[in-house]
Design a protein around this ligand. Structure first.
Ligand SMILES: [Zn+2]
Length: 368
């Protein structure tokens, strides 16, 4: 296995500490094992039942909190039948645990003792928890003005919080400076091992559906890591003929902060940076997605679309879902809100999966 730059195609060894290419491009992992149904560890009911397909070399006692294998629950919202994938049941309350679990196991195999990351939300909490489990020191760079409730979860796991004054981008800059001084940058959006862990959601969905791909996947998108992980996972299943097609990928953004939507509307190949705007969907409030080009290509290849919904639509959708017994944070509800716009595009008999990415308990009832 090796890392390849998505932009200039230059390769780097698997165990490099570099977090992106010299040209600034993002890495993808190449030479992954692929999917083999016979290699499933059928007695394991976590994402590690797919361990033979994951890029983890370290075999002696996995670092795990029992992540993965989340239930599919059927419901109907805005007249559309959906299967909700309950990702908020993950150990730290969000889908991020799939990527972090795989990343942390890779890092232990590489002998990494200390990691840095910039996130004041679900990714930071996830890394803090798995670093604690794996006895790796974690420093999480956060904007000084980030919401104290989110920071509490990170701090209680024992990660060191480094508060950075100024806008969100300053925290990203500070963490990159720390990485330049030798720390491993365990970025949830740059790191390719995180994407490999997120592939497991596609494996699970197909297995839970009796080895078929769904027709549609509708999900919230900021940097687009879950979409790209799922896309790679569905590709793995298509290669040996276990499924017949890729599902259509519908990427949903929050209208106040929607660079991918803007690019999609203008038929551009990549997203351009936009001005920061406030949205209650804070988990996808990303002004410049670093893998935008990959997200747009995946959406177009599968015949999907990029949509954007207002905060009002999001809160209404959050409440609609809660009235069906499912309580998610506003970021997750953008995908539900988009179902209203997808009526007519999604057939009555189609199988549509909506990953419910984060727990409602992480947000206030008013949103945010
Ligand atoms: Zn490059």
């Amino acid at each position: 296995m090796k890392l390849r730059c998505f932009s200039c195609k230059r390769t780097y060894p698997y165990d490099t500490y570099r977090w992106r290419c010299e040209c600034g491009g993002v890495f993808e992992l190449e030479g992954t094992p692929g999917f083999a149904k016979d290699d499933i560890e059928t007695s394991d009911f976590s994402l590690w039942r797919y361990r033979a397909m994951l890029p983890v070399k370290y075999e002696e006692g996995l670092i795990s909190l029992g992540e993965g294998f989340t239930p599919l629950v059927e419901t109907q919202v805005y007249g559309t039948k959906i299967h909700c994938k309950l990702e908020f049941l993950a150990p730290t309350g969000s889908f991020k645990d799939r990527g972090t679990a795989v990343l942390v196991n890779v890092l232990r195999g590489l002998g990494v003792k200390r990691v840095v990351e910039d996130s004041s939300g679900n990714a930071g909490a996830s890394l803090a928890a798995y670093a604690a489990r794996g006895r790796i020191e974690a420093e999480i760079y956060v904007p000084a003005h980030a919401s104290p409730t989110k920071l509490d979860q990170i701090a209680v796991y024992g990660a060191k919080l480094v508060k950075v004054e100024g806008p969100r981008e300053r925290a990203a800059q500070a963490v990159q400076e720390a990485a330049a001084r030798g720390a491993y940058y365990a970025s949830h959006y740059y790191n390719p091992f995180t994407l490999e862990g997120l592939k497991s959601i596609a494996y699970e969905i197909c297995e839970q559906l009796g080895w078929r791909a769904p027709d549609n996947l509708v999900l919230p998108v900021g940097h687009g890591t879950l979409l790209l992980g799922a896309y790679r996972g569905f590709k793995d299943l298509l290669a040996p003929g276990l499924t017949e097609r890729l599902p259509r990928l519908f990427a949903v953004q929050a209208r106040p902060c929607a660079p991918l939507y803007e690019a999609y509307q203008r038929e551009l190949a990549d997203a351009f940076a936009i001005e920061k705007c406030h949205t209650i969907a804070e988990g996808i409030s990303i002004t410049q997605p670093v893998r935008g080009r990959q997200v747009l290509a995946a959406v177009r290849e599968t015949g999907g679309a990029v949509l954007a919904v207002s905060d009002e639509e999001t809160l209404r959708a959050r409440d609609e879902l809660a009235q069906r017994g499912l309580y998610v944070e506003p970021t997750s509800a953008v995908a539900i809100a988009a179902l209203l716009r997808l009526r007519g595009l999604i057939g009555l008999e189609e199988i549509t999966i909506v990953p419910l990415t984060g727990s409602g308990l992480k947000s206030s009832a008013k949103g945010g």
